[in-house]
Design a protein. Structure first.
Length: 398
């Protein structure tokens, strides 16, 4: 079976000159303007029960450029403007497929500043990247090499709230290919006291990145609250707050990348819980700690890396009581408050660490669901009975 090369984005920081920065900021503004105009046109057509597709908005863009009011759109490269129309079309496709909500207008203050260039909008030669409408190449910090002979298909330039500039280069990476198969499987239980607990008994400490910088963040936010709205000093204070947030995010993402890469390389099957993090963060006392742990990002990284390297990720049902069943004999404990971190099974006498036992049960449930199709919800019709991971799939009654 032929393995197609994986397209991978390589992200680098760069330092634009004043002229380049002005050109990019102007491009960001035009991209946002075109997106909002096209969205407004499609919304009006939607109210009239008419469909407007990408080709229609592309024709609209040509007409807009010929007007005196929007003549400034001709000053920037046309490639990012066409790409933002394609992004809008993708947003509507997701909306019609009921995978997302109706597209929203882009805000000058809160929306992400970015512009995407296709092959006709940039030149990449000899390790130098030059964008359309620019005379000089970008001063990119090549922190890691691109794949040998890389031919970028798209280049995305962005600026984060902290004022840092990044360029993301999408190209095929021939080094990403399935790893040799192994029999190893691991169950993963996420938590707050420990970021991860594995079925092997290993526990990964939760570094609590946000807590480490909480005093610095609070000080920066207090300074921001004192500045007059709309002033230059408020803009500077807002950037200092964003810098602290960026520092926290970078540390969290770096750790999650290291953990997910190691887990995928060492195990063929990885079993996790199907948690609804967006509902869990509604718990106000725990929302800050849950957000800082990055459970959702951990799962996303794990899934796409598993797809890259030929591994399997199984998610068990979120209602599966992973902590209460004994991983040794399968008996289910009726109550197990969160304050109880260790307990002993009254049937087989095995002493359990709460988190390690949960990881073992998650692994068993995931493997059972994968091999024989068993469910992972507890059987509610017989209190105190065996959990579904210890039984065959129930028959459906007609």
């Amino acid at each position: 079976m032929a393995v197609h090369p994986v397209k991978r984005a390589f992200r680098y920081r760069f330092y634009p000159s004043d002229v380049q920065a002005a050109e990019l900021l102007r491009t960001f503004g035009c991209v946002r303007k075109v997106y909002n105009l096209a969205l407004a046109a499609r919304t009006e057509a939607w109210a009239r029960q008419e469909r407007v597709n990408y080709n229609a908005t592309s024709a609209m863009l040509t007409a807009w450029k010929k007007t005196e009011e929007l003549a400034f759109l001709n000053e920037v490269s046309s490639v990012p403007l066409q790409q933002t129309l394609r992004h809008l079309q993708s947003a509507f496709n997701h909306f019609f497929a009921k995978r997302a909500k109706y597209p929203r207008f882009k805000s000058r203050k809160t929306s992400r500043k970015s512009a995407e260039y296709t092959t006709s909008g940039f030149r990449f030669r000899g390790g130098a990247l030059t964008l359309a409408k620019m005379a000089d190449s970008l001063d990119v910090v090549w922190s890691r090499p691109l794949p040998e002979g890389a031919k970028p298909s798209t280049v995305t330039v962005s600026q984060d709230p902290a004022g840092r500039w990044f360029v993301s280069i999408l190209c095929e990476d021939p080094l990403v290919k399935p790893l040799p198969a192994t029999d190893a499987a691991v169950g993963i239980d996420v938590g707050l006291d420990h970021l991860l607990t594995l079925s092997t008994g290993e526990k990964v400490a939760n570094p609590r990145h946000e807590r480490r910088d909480r005093a610095r963040l609070a000080r920066a936010q207090r300074e921001l609250s004192r500045k007059a709205r709309g002033s230059a000093n408020r803009a500077k204070a807002r950037r200092r707050v964003a810098t602290v947030h960026a520092r926290i995010t970078d540390r969290r993402r770096d750790l999650l990348h290291q953990l997910t890469t190691r887990l995928v390389r060492e195990n063929q099957t990885l079993v996790i819980e199907d948690l609804t993090v967006r509902n869990m963060v509604k718990n106000r006392p725990l929302a800050r700690a849950i957000s800082d742990a990055g459970w959702r990002e951990f799962r996303c990284l794990l899934e796409y890396k598993a797809a890259w390297y030929g591994r399997e990720v199984i998610a068990v049902d979120r209602f599966f009581p992973s902590s209460r069943p004994c991983s040794g004999c399968g008996s289910v404990r009726e109550r197990l408050p969160l304050s109880v971190r260790t307990w002993m099974c009254g049937i087989c006498g095995v002493a359990h660490d709460r988190d390690v036992n949960a990881a073992k049960n998650v692994l068993a449930a995931g493997l059972a669901a994968s091999v024989c199709g068993a469910g992972v919800r507890p059987q509610r019709s017989s209190p105190g009975g065996q959990s579904a991971m210890k039984q065959k799939a129930p028959r459906r009654e007609s």
